[in-house]
Design a protein around this ligand. Sequence first.
Ligand SMILES: Cc1ncc(COP(=O)(O)O)c(C=O)c1O
Length: 366
Amino acid sequence: MTTADRTYNFSAGPATIPLKVLQQIQQELLNFNGCGASIMEISHRSATFIDVLNSARSGIRQLLGIEDSHEVLFLQGGSRLQFSMIPMNLLRNSEDRASYIMSGTWSQKAYDEALGAGNIDLAWSGKESNFNTLPKSTDLVLPDDSAFLYYASNETIHGIQFHETPATNDIPLVCDASSDFLSRPIDMSRHGIVYACAQKNAGPSGVTIVIIRKDLLDRSSDELPGYLNFKTHVEQNSMFNTPPTFGIYVIDLICKWLINDMGGLSKIAEYNRDKANLIYDVIDQCSDMYLGHAECEHRSQMNIAFNLSNDDLTSRFIDEAAKQGLTSLKGHRSVGGIRASIYNAMPREGVLALRDFMKSFYTRNS
Ligand SMILES: Cc1ncc(COP(=O)(O)O)c(C=O)c1O
């Protein structure tokens, strides 16, 4: 297997990982840092692993400019566990309430799950327009006593992304950043919690990064089971149970790649914007064939979702693209069509190859 055999992989997650990072993993796999074993084979309590954990945490802190006000945790259970863990921890008393913005499948699932954990208000829903748009802050219905406002910064399935942080009048914001984490800067001072599963932009599946403001930890009841209590993970340095050591190691390498090779989050944000525009430009130029899902101002720079005029054309698009080494372009089973996920690690060359394919497919089929 050579690197030339690799495809441009547009999978929504688990997703493509920077080639340089994969090569480093390959090179270090048998003997990590001279310790005589792979990173997967050593104790999570060893000094060697603790250095990796600390380095991954400081990489995330450095990239996002996280102050001492917030803790950074590495958990398991995917983003899905956070759908219940967050309301369980933040809604301590039976009268506490929280507000949710429902902007797509993922925030809808989070809302549904939260209903079992407390009093949940809907601040806004985009369901009627099939999740192709997002609210302005003035559209939000937000009771003053909300314990937090929940939103998903990027809806992976519908391809819509908040380009401005919702305004909340000091109500803590909780953000599911699973599919745009580390793709652009985040104003952490506005957020109580930002969390993300790793398998899109930050590493392999199996680790979820949770960044939580320290004062919110006081809300977690001691009655909660150990794993489900954020305080446990802070007190145990993310090692209450055996952490996903390999995943944390890859996150560390990806942070180093972002810092040293890509120039940090402002630079990668520019790179991502440019890549996304290459595809959106074709969608706009060939709009009689490619029907973009999102309203223009809410288009995602991570997941580009569009339809073709019929199922036959869609299947041919996917098959022909795969033959040219452009893979995993099928839209999510719930919405169909095409989805091109172009996270940080998708090189510009891959996006150019997709753009050229889309243009030639258009010419050949119009
Ligand atoms: C925005 C968003 N939130 C949550 C999830 C669920 O993540 P997990 O499978 O790690 O629980 C996903 C998965 O694709 C996602 O895209």
